[in-house]
Design a protein around this ligand. Structure first.
Ligand code: GLU
Length: 313
């Protein structure tokens, strides 16, 4: 496969043959809040209004932050709200499991071998501090662009194992274009946006980008609906879809729910956490709050999922 051809991803072409398949992919690092419910609700409605299926995948790649008790709580909160999944979850129900990322090591390993065989991977021992030190001051807008310190002079090149090194994937200097269902047409140049990126960390942990692509592709996901903080990640993911020979899903990035100060919700916003919401409201009232924020109903009143499906269609 020639990685130097231009990418215009063929979004949505898998949806014609397949049942619309969406997914909710929470990281079990804490209790959910209204922002998570908002994303889950929109993704659920999008596929359920077209008789599609909805997958629950537990993204527990970060062993320090992921806890089983949080995953159990996420499931309990989703069930309380009536947002039931057709596949996945901790019980690993369905044909494309396991649905818990920490159990999918072999699948990521296979994908990594494929990427290494493409000649685009190289070992990298740069620390975050090294990378930050190599940034020009005007680029310090929080985004870290890898300058290619460890990149071999010639790409493609065969991968040489270096113990303890991260595996980095070389990107091409080209425009990746895709049409987000909510944010519209996007053009991202990976060389300028992030540079060569890590697919496996030096400590062996899998990168989010690699795992999410392998999972969404193998689980037959046709639409990825999630917060718009991940909008630009879609370009990295489209690049990986192409290298791994998969068709990308349709992407729909929803605006993040903000608190009264206009900042994205976090665990500090206790009054919008599921713990508080469950103590003070009914499931239909919480669904109503999320639906109102999404502009689906004119005021935050109690509403059932069935009513929302009817109006969503
Ligand atoms: N696991 C990510 C999160 O909880 C979501 C990733 C995705 O939807 O692609 O923010």
């Amino acid at each position: 496969m020639n990685p130097y051809i231009s990418i215009t991803s063929q979004l949505n072409n898998s949806t014609t043959q397949q049942l619309p398949t969406g997914r909710f992919a929470p990281s079990p690092s804490g209790r959910m809040h209204l922002g998570n419910i908002y994303t889950a609700l929109l993704s659920w409605l999008s596929v359920k209004s077209r008789d599609g299926k909805w997958i629950l995948r537990i993204e527990d790649l970060d062993p320090q932050r992921s806890k089983m008790e949080h995953a159990l709580m996420i499931e309990d909160d989703l069930k309380w709200l009536g947002l039931e999944w057709d596949e996945g979850g901790l019980e690993n129900y369905g044909p494309n499991g396991p649905y818990i990322q920490s159990l999918r090591h072999n699948l990521y390993e296979e994908a990594l071998e494929k990427l290494k065989a493409s000649g685009l991977c190289y070992p990298c021992k740069c620390t975050r501090a090294d990378i930050l030190a190599s940034q020009a001051p005007h680029e310090s807008d929080g985004r870290v662009v890898y300058k290619g310190t460890c990149r071999p002079d010639v790409i493609p090149s065969s991968y040489k194992e270096v113990p303890g090194a991260a595996v980095r994937l070389a990107v091409t200097d080209e425009e990746i274009t895709f049409v987000d269902r909510i944010c519209g047409p996007q053009t991202v140049n990976l060389a300028r946006h992030c540079g060569d990126f890590i697919v496996r960390r030096g400590d062996g942990a899998w990168s989010y980008q690699l795992a999410v692509v392998v999972d969404d592709a193998l689980m037959g996901v046709t639409e990825v609906m999630r917060g718009d903080d991940l909008l630009l990640s879609a370009a990295q993911q489209i690049y990986l879809y192409r290298l791994l020979g998969y068709v990308p899903p349709e992407f729909a990035h929803v605006p993040l729910v903000c608190n009264e100060e206009g900042r994205r919700l976090s665990k500090r916003d206790k009054s919008l956490s599921m713990e508080y919401l469950r103590q003070h409201y009914t499931p239909e009232e919480v669904i109503g709050m999320a639906a109102h924020r999404a502009g689906l109903i004119p005021s935050p009143h109690s509403v059932s999922l069935q009513e929302l499906i009817q109006s969503y269609m």
